[in-house]
Design a protein around this ligand. Sequence first.
Ligand SMILES: Cc1cc2nc3c(=O)[nH]c(=O)nc-3n(C[C@H](O)[C@H](O)[C@H](O)COP(=O)(O)O)c2cc1C
Ligand code: SF4
Length: 519
Amino acid sequence: MVKLYVPSDMASVALGADEVAGALAIEAARRSLSIEIVRNGSRGLFSIEPLVEVETAEGRIGYGPVYPEDVPALVAAGLFDGAPHAKRLGRPEALPFFARQTRLTFARNGITDPLSFDDYAAHGGLKGVRKAIEIGPRAIVEEVFQSGLRGRGGAGFPTGIKWKTVAEAAADQKYIVCNADEGDSGTFADRMVMEGDPFQLIEGMAIAGIAVGATKGFVYIRSEYPFAVRAMEAAIRAGRERGLLGQSVMGSGHAFDMEVRVGAGAYVCGEETSLLESLEGKRGLVRAKPPLPAHKGLFGKPTVINNVLSLAAAPYILAEGFAAYRDYGMGRSRGTMPIQLAGNIRNGGLFETAFGVTLGELVDDIGGGTESGRPVKAVQVGGPLGAYFPRALFDTPFDYEAFAARDGLIGHAGVVVFDEGADMLKQARFAMAFCAVESCGKCTPCRIGSTRGMEVIDKIAAGQEREANLAVLEDLCHTMKLGSLCALGGFTPYPVMSALTHFPEDFGRPPEATLEAAQ
Ligand SMILES: Cc1cc2nc3c(=O)[nH]c(=O)nc-3n(C[C@H](O)[C@H](O)[C@H](O)COP(=O)(O)O)c2cc1C
Ligand code: SF4
């Protein structure tokens, strides 16, 4: 029996993975060969997807990218035996892109069958929840706090403090809500966890539930992720059958169950309070804080709301102990970050590494520069609300504080690369236009300011009273930054102002004039 692996995640399927699996089955049948095709998740380097792997005496041997039309020739050349071919990549984990990573959260992605509970358990799964049950709620919260884990959804708030607040709140019902709205440009790590290792997220939510005394969880997934929705629903069913979810999690006596909820396509519904409104069946309008969701969240009850990556880090922290996680990283940014390389970049994909790697290493070295081959002009980190960094800031280490010190943000760690063909005035206008479309409308600086922002950028583009309008734009950004209720309006000035500061020539301004104006 020949064992093959063909990914089943959305990206690989979009590239023809289903047809590749079908073609492999046909070639095997023609040779009367019995094969087993495991539909794993993607390992996360998209230039080699669909990646076909075959189990051999030397370990798993990869071929990629394999398109359906390649299959007959590959099989004829001996793919089933791991034989040489131009598309043979050798052991995938030995490829530099993977060998340089520190995979804690993504340790199983691409290795296991995402929907096999036994495979999950055989590859280190369930150790975390077992440890959690053994040490009890207070010690779980302490482990997470000591690990230094900060929220991976954008704000970087310490997860342990959030859990402690909910644990200490007295209520008849508490909730765990997983934010899987993943709306930031260039991000896909949450999707990869849900499609490629869904039990890890379920285990993380069960641990959170035990820690804070919540018996019910929801995972709010964006509607553009139908594969993730299917994978999570199937894994939740399997989790119930195998006792990870239900009246007594792993026989502990702690009850915890969860369900999937699908969003309806609003970026602002990734903002936690707006997400809670949406979960309650209302329009996704941002709530004023306080009260914090930890005190009054879903249906007015104390609620932990965390990003997929924050919750998915919990099983490792519990299984290996807080120090094993905390020992990675720099400064107050502890552990690893699954960084997503996207946009105009040769090696687009998921790169999990300890905090501290520089932007330059990520883009030039690991990412291999632009796909177009032209020089990099700008990199936007942190989604549509993140700043554009020029090459002069490529020495910035991946660290929450280091990015903030340069008026940037890490956010959900999406790194989107632009080559010299990018027009930064257009990018600044896009930031305002995005804010205008996605604004929930609750506060004036965001609702009205974003539209005025587009108008004033159009005037600058047309060369109309340029300096006066640039001053208006700066003033408007200042008002939006300080006067908006949430980060959608409050952070839109970051991409706008960074474009103006670092690429003044695209706004018809000489570099010196901008520097003077900024001082
Ligand atoms: C406009 C806007 C969109 C957001 N979108 C997301 C998102 O898609 N996913 C996410 O986890 N957090 C998102 N956030 C951050 C959440 O409000 C919240 O900080 C996060 O879910 C908390 O989880 P964490 O502590 O694990 O990061 C967004 C925030 C804003 C202001
Ligand atoms: S900043 Fe924008 S999205 Fe946020 S509350 Fe105000 S109007 Fe709504």
